[in-house]
Design a protein. Structure first.
Length: 531
């Protein structure tokens, strides 16, 4: 027996003296009646065998939805699994994506408007007991916009993740609006909702994230909370932590991470520019021996790679604020170059460690400067380019190259493309730590060779110190990055955003400023220039 308002049957199996449900064919009685009236295009709701019969046109589809979300069947929905209502929401969004003609449709609790807009857009609900208002202040070019307002969809949607119970202190306290915009460059949409239950407080502006399977407030915040209504404004922001984390975040916490990221990136880029200026000043004086020369080549390329990667990050963040990156072609180049240059940073760190290993352990071997340069550039840029290109080639066909979480970065859920960065980066960190341990053992056991020139000894010490400090910092940074993927603790996200955004500052301090000879030469050259 299915219960009141349902029709069908449930199959049980006796297991360990208990009856367990193994198949549920219950459907709403109103749906069963509709199936005898309309032709059939089946759309199965996962989690149950509940079937919606979507019919001849969108008018009929909305009529069906209007019936099954009405107030008089809300008790029946409470019996069904939460995933059923999410499947309904997905069907509504998918079908609205396929509309091609402009027009308006009105049902008892549903209002649909599709229109072509050129400048701005303003819509106020015409449904009974609803004054929901949607405002798009600026439309950069002719754009097709589809908006559907539901006054009773809150009867069926869960208030938490689709696997959680609807019985909670949280309520959907207003209309539900579906907005589909063909032009993804729109970056500011305002919603003003009537508050259904005035006794509830602490409003949040959220949308259903089908990837997280939960409500998400990413890019949305409460702008005004007046008596009787609440105004929400939605756009997209990107911090370093958002690139890695799949979790919903409190808006205040997100803003904190954004501030940390952008302030840190500004400091990082300024530090990298100072680092490159110092390298330009001392460049002539570092060419005296091969070890010193290759060390400075590595530092320059590390600084250039991170500087360009940070610029790409800012470009990607700007794109994410304007359009959904999962659908935006402009986001792909930013992700590719960000991926490439972040990897180049790690591979040039690897080259620094291998140079230290070569000059300390393989003391009897001599390699020409030209050969070392060729190997360094092939590994430093060739390997990242190969990895980045393979990542694009293996994921672009399925459109799973870019993240689908309002951030210009590598995809995680569908294709695991993010592993193409995480695995090489953490592997290099591990290799560098092993190399460092071997080199330190050799140095402590017998010291640097007696035949080694003082300038070369100094260069080796500087390389060892640089690798010994920067490798753990980079490893720790992206270790916290992995932590943001498995934990919602705010501290982990803050530490990751802080360490990641300040990498340029660390390179300046530990790669350049702690090199006493380079710093003194830079100061001397600067004084001579000023005088």
């Amino acid at each position: 027996v299915c219960g009141n308002g349902l029709k069908g049957n449930i199959i049980y199996k006796c297991e360990s003296r208990d009856w367990k449900s193994i198949e549920n064919n219950c459907v709403l009685e109103v749906i069963d009646k509709l199936t005898s009236t309309y032709s059939v295009v089946y759309s199965t709701f996962y989690g149950t065998n509940f079937i919606i019969k979507c019919i001849f046109n969108f008018q009929d589809f909305l009529k069906t939805v209007d019936i099954i979300i009405s107030d008089n069947v809300s008790n029946t929905w409470s019996i069904l699994e939460n995933k059923t209502s999410i499947k309904l929401l997905r069907a509504i969004e998918d079908i609205s994506d396929r509309l091609t003609e402009n027009g308006e449709i009105y049902k008892t609790s549903i209002q649909l408007i599709r229109a072509t807009v050129t400048n701005s857009f303003n819509l106020t609900s015409s449904l009974p007991n609803s004054t929901t208002e949607i405002v798009i202040p600026q439309v950069p070019q002719a754009t097709n916009i589809t908006i559907i307002i539901f006054t009773t969809l809150d009867n069926v949607l869960p208030t938490h993740g689709s696997n959680d119970s609807r019985k909670s202190d949280v309520r959907i306290n207003g209309d539900v609006v579906v907005v589909k915009v063909d032009n993804k460059m729109i970056n500011n949409i305002s919603f003003t909702f009537d508050i259904t239950n005035q006794s509830l407080g602490n409003p949040q502006c959220v949308f259903w994230n089908f990837i997280l399977d939960n409500w998400d407030s990413t890019g949305c915040e409460v702008k005004r909370n007046n008596i009787g209504n609440t105004t929400c404004e939605c756009n997209h922001t990107t911090s370093f932590s958002i690139l890695m984390s799949p979790f919903h975040m409190d808006p205040t916490h997100r803003r904190t991470l954004d501030y940390i990221t952008y302030i840190g990136v500004a400091i990082s880029m300024a530090s990298l520019i100072i680092c490159l200026i110092i390298e330009i000043i001392v460049w002539k004086s570092v060419r005296r021996n091969d070890t010193s020369y290759m060390r400075h080549v590595s530092i320059v390329n590390i600084a250039v790679s991170l500087l360009i990667a940070n610029i790409c990050f800012i470009i990607g963040a700007a794109i994410a604020e304007q359009e959904q990156p999962t659908l935006a072609g402009r986001c792909s180049p930013a992700v590719f170059f960000m991926h490439f240059f972040y990897l180049a940073l790690f591979f040039w760190m690897l080259m620094s460690a291998l140079l230290l290993f070569y000059r300390t352990v393989m003391v009897l071997s001599q390699m020409s400067r030209a050969k070392m340069m060729a190997i360094a550039f092939i590994v430093g840029y060739g390997a990242p380019l190969l990895i980045a290109a393979i990542t694009v080639a293996s994921t672009a066909g399925q459109e799973n190259y870019i993240s689908k979480r309002d951030a210009c970065w590598l995809n995680w859920y569908e294709s695991k493309a993010l592993l193409a960065f995480v695995i090489p980066a953490l592997t290099i960190v591990a290799i560098n730590l092993v190399v460092l341990a071997v080199v330190l053992y050799k140095i402590l056991r017998r010291g640097v060779g007696a035949a080694t020139q003082p300038d070369e000894k100094h260069a080796l010490v500087v390389i060892a110190r640089c690798v010994a400090i920067l490798t753990p910092i980079f490893g720790l940074t992206w270790g916290f990055g992995i932590g943001t993927m498995v934990s919602q603790k705010q501290g982990i996200h803050v530490v990751f955003a802080l360490l990641n955004s300040l990498q340029g500052f660390f390179i300046l301090v530990f790669g350049t400023l702690l090199d006493s000879k380079s710093l003194s030469n830079a100061i001397l050259h600067l004084m001579l220039y000023l005088t």
